[in-house]
Design a protein around this ligand. Sequence first.
Ligand code: ADP
Length: 353
Amino acid sequence: MDSQKILEAAADYFDPLLGRKLGEAGVELRLAGSKLQVRLGFPASGHRQALAAALREHLRTTAADVDVVVDWAVAPQAVQKGLQPLPGVKNILAVASGKGGVGKSTVAVNLALALAAEGARAGILDADVYGPSQPIMLGTRQRPSSPDRKHLHPVRAHGLQAMSLGFLIESEAQPAVWRGPMATQALTQMLNDTLWEDLDYLVIDLPPGTGDIQLSLAQRVPVAGSLIVTTPQDIALLDARKGLEMFRKVGIPVLGIVENMSTHVCSRCGHEEAIFGAGGGEKLAREAGTELLGQIPLDIRIREQADGGHPTVSAEPDSPLARRYREIARKAAARLAYGEPAGAFPTIEIVDD
Ligand code: ADP
C-alpha cells in the first residue's frame, strides 16, 4: 500500500459539515499500517460514523482495505487581545440576542447539552442578570458549595457544570434592581470564582440586548466564539444585527446565527407554518457575511420541557428536535476549530448611489 497516496486521497475528501476538503481544513490524518486515523478538532459523536463510512467509500479505489477510525480532541482557541483564557475552560462560547424573549436561554442550555451529547465536557454560565432562567430549565436550585468561602463548585445538572446568580440569590426578584457596573462585576466574579473542571466548552447565556452590560462583558470575558439567536421577524433581525456588530467590534468571531421559532408546528396535526415569515435568518446571515447554523421550530414540547427542568436535548436526546440542536452544536464547534471555509460567506455591502 502506498501510504502517501492514501493520505493524499483522504485529504482530498470533501466533508459536507466542514464545507471543504479535510486537507484544506487542516484535519489531522495519520496512517498506521492499514488504519487511517482521522482526528477532528470538535466533538462529533453524531458525525464520526457517517464520516468514517464516506471516507472508506472515497478511498476504495486507492486502497480497498483501509480501516478508518475517527476521533477528536478539542483545542483552546484564541480569545480577544489582552485577555487571558479562563482556567479550567478551553473555549467560552457566548450566546446572545438583540432582544429578550427570542429563546436565547433555551438555545443556550440545549446547545450546552448538545455539545455534551456530541462527546464534549460542557458547562453553562447563566449571565442573564435580569432573569436568570437556567435554574428552572436545569430543574435545580441547589446552592453551590464552596471549599474556601471564596471559590464555588459548579452545580451539576444533566451532565453539565452550571453556575447562575439564581443559585446564589435568596429571592427571584432581587436581580431586577441591579445597575450596570454591579451586574458586570457580579458576573465576572461568578465566572472567575467558579472552579470549572476541565471544560471543553463553557456556554454563556448573556443578558439580552446590546447595551453597556453586554458590551463590557464582551470586552472582559475571554470568549472564543459567539452565536446570535434571533426569531425571523424583521424587528428581531435588526436587533440581532446590532449584536453581531458588537462582537465584531471587540474582536470576537461570530460563528453564526440560530433562527428560533422559525416555523410553528401544530401540536394536534403536525402542520408546520412560517408564522413569523420565512427566510429572515438566512437573509441576515448572508448580509452580515456569516452562517445560518440552524433553525428551530416553535414547538410546545420545547417550552414544556424547558419549563419542566428537562430541556429537549436531555428529555428526548434522539428526537428530531434534539437532532437539530446537535447539528447546530456540531457546526458551531466545527467553525470554532477550523474557521469558515474560504470565501463561503462574503459580506454583501449595500451601497446607496
Ligand atoms: P430569552 O432568553 O431570549 O429571553 P427564553 O429562552 O427564556 O428567551 O424563551 C422565552 C420563552 O419561549 C420560554 O418560555 C421558552 O420556553 C419559550 N421558547 C423558546 N424557544 C422555543 C421554541 N422553539 N418553541 C417553543 N417555545 C420556545
